[in-house]
Design a protein. Sequence first.
Length: 237
Amino acid sequence: MQPSFTKTGGARFGWVNATWPLAQLSATHDKLTVTARLLGTYTFSPEQVSAVERYVMVPVLAWGVRVRHCVPEYPQRIIFWCIGSPETVLGGIRDSGFVPAASDSAVPVRRGMPVRWSAIIASVVIWSALFMLPFAGHRQPNPAPDWLVLLPLYAAFALSVGTLTSRTVQRLIFKPGRSVGEVQPFLRLLAFICGLLSVIFSILVATGAFKQAPNPPSAGDAGCRCLLALGRHRRRA
């Protein structure tokens, strides 16, 4: 029985990077898996992989192996970053018995972004309107933040979660023949960041941490009041 192979490193899924040691690659004779915390897990059979090849962006600093696959629901670019030579990772995968069996022609050709331009423009317009809403009608130069300030953050969280879970939203956002899986790591990261910030800033607004304290009297104001009081005292005398 051939031994399994496991390596800790970083990963890139589509547009999103996970640095070392947040990712792991494992290989057996019938399965290749690349996992990154928060971003997801991607598992391949030999029939879904056309090649596992050396990938170098910057020698030593950013190099690893790239998985060329034919799964349309996965991000097109799946890279495992490693410390040490990529040949060590490639050798470990070969020793595990995993042999890519898909042909190069089976790898789908994806052109352009999977998201509709109309969805991008609508999202930017709505988000900008929500961002400006708290400042509409305020005459004060620096109004104290309230719940309206958090609307863009809530909207970004709701949109990312809705895109991940709702098929109706996915049909509105993605081009025909494209899948949410292509940008799923980005949406997961966006949902995590927006959710965390929503909790933190909601607590700060609820506790009044953003309310402006009354301005303390300045030394000039105090001096004027003293002179006025002294003048009244002299007139009475």
